[in-house]
Design a protein around this ligand. Structure first.
Ligand SMILES: *Cc1c(COP(=O)(O)O)cnc(C)c1O
Length: 401
């Protein structure tokens, strides 16, 4: 969060790892949340791209209740039918054939990092000890995923970092040359950098990167923790780039708010993880996989993703009109309903102004406003959002002259 964001003081015994906003949300339904005083907010932050179907979606609610009555937890020592069903849904609707389940985005990326190391070993590439990641990326907060995240502010205080990561620059031709230096086992990247400023990879660049990886048997691993689960207007963002990655990681939107993560692999490399090589107590838990199944069934409904495309294009065009009509907006970035509005001013003051007018939005770096509507948002809500944006812009103009 940027410096301008109002931060409230707390005496809570919860460890102070977050700069929390002065708002306590106690209820959510659809596109709206309510605070403890009953104030209503249009939630265009979606729990950071997690509540993609809005809050407490009916069908997921229903299926979770049924599962609550039957079985909460079952060890991975036994067959778990809901895991098989969710894995089938994921693989039938992607280029991947096998799924490993875990509980979060960082864990999914940890799995991918371990996977890449073993893949190189199994293939006899003893000199391939590095994973290439990109500046301004975000891959998580655990030891290895923090080291994979090429942002100094994330590393501060936590050296020595887990070794084995090499950072290059997104959309840079030099990076294409540098990727295969003989030590690279895999490349890990976000197709739209979520936390790092809503930066989208260029189609030509990623295609070239993918070709070079394939030619050298370097694993291409996409972190779709934020871009997956319909967020960009297709089930997964990679579909829009004409590439087929070897590995994909998912979390955030996959369980509509119920914690779940996944790592998917193509058949050609999936046998890298054999019994005993990786695991998780909770990974693919019956409740979590039930939430995943119910979520995917909605995302895969006829016209659902088509609607996301139509509505997100409408929003993008409206934002571009706002950009053309004033000085405050520098750029409108992103894909589908993962939208970044780059501002001249600090994003924090805009976030506060939006909240005062009943709308929740986020930032991605100091000058980018990140807008993450639920994929189910209506045209009326989008219109309301644009009207409020106009009012915020007018207010900001007044305070700066
Ligand atoms: C949020 C995020 C993560 C980390 O996910 P957690 O569930 O918080 O561990 C990793 N990668 C990307 C792209 C993310 O947006």
């Amino acid at each position: 969060m940027s410096n301008n964001v109002m931060v409230h003081q707390t005496n809570s015994s919860v460890m102070h790892t977050y700069q929390r906003l002065p708002l306590t949300i106690v209820k959510g339904k659809g596109s709206y949340v309510w605070d403890q005083d009953g104030n209503e907010f249009l939630d265009y932050s979606s729990g950071i791209a997690t509540c993609n179907l809005g809050h407490v979606p009916d069908s997921v609610h229903q299926k979770l209740r049924e599962q609550l009555d039957n079985l909460w937890h079952c060890s991975n020592l036994y067959e778990i039918p809901t895991q098989n069903k969710l894995a089938a849904l994921l693989t039938e609707n992607s280029c991947f054939e096998q799924v490993f389940f875990c509980n979060s985005g960082a864990e999914a990326n940890e799995a991918a990092i371990k996977f890449a190391k073993k893949y190189a070993k199994d293939r006899g590439y003893s000199e391939r000890t590095e994973i290439v990641t990109f500046h301004q990326s975000f891959h998580g907060r655990t030891g290895s995923t923090m080291a994979a995240t090429a942002q100094e502010k994330i590393h501060q205080g936590f050296t020595p970092l887990t070794p084995g990561f090499r950072y290059l620059t997104l959309n840079d031709d030099g990076a294409l040359e540098a990727v295969n230096n003989g030590t690279t086992a895999a490349v890990l990247l976000e197709l739209v950098q979520g936390e790092g400023g809503v930066n989208t990879v260029e189609q030509k660049w990623i295609k070239e990167l993918s070709d070079r990886c394939k030619a050298a048997d370097i694993l291409l691993m996409v972190d779709e923790v934020q871009t997956g689960s319909g967020r960009t207007g297709t089930l997964f963002a990679y579909e829009q780039f004409g590439i087929e990655p070897d590995i994909m990681t998912l979390a955030k939107g996959l369980g509509s708010g119920f914690p779940i993560g996944a790592m998917l692999a193509k058949k050609s490399c999936a046998s890298t993880f054999s019994p005993g090589t990786h695991g998780s107590t909770f990974g693919g838990n019956p409740l979590a996989t039930t939430a995943g199944i119910a979520t995917l069934e909605i995302l895969l409904k006829e016209n659902f993703l088509e609607n996301v495309k139509v509505n997100s294009n409408w929003l993008r065009n409206q934002l571009k009109t706002l950009q053309a009509n004033g000085e405050a907006i520098v750029n409108v970035k992103g894909m589908g309903f993962l939208i970044g509005v780059e501002l001249k001013a600090e994003a924090g003051s805009f976030i506060n102004a939006f909240r005062e007018k009943g709308i929740l939005v986020l930032s991605a770096g100091p000058h980018v406003l990140r807008i993450l509507p639920p994929l189910t948002t209506t045209k009326e809500e989008l219109t309301q959002f644009i009207e409020v944006f106009q009012a915020v812009l007018a207010e900001m103009k007044e305070t700066t002259v």
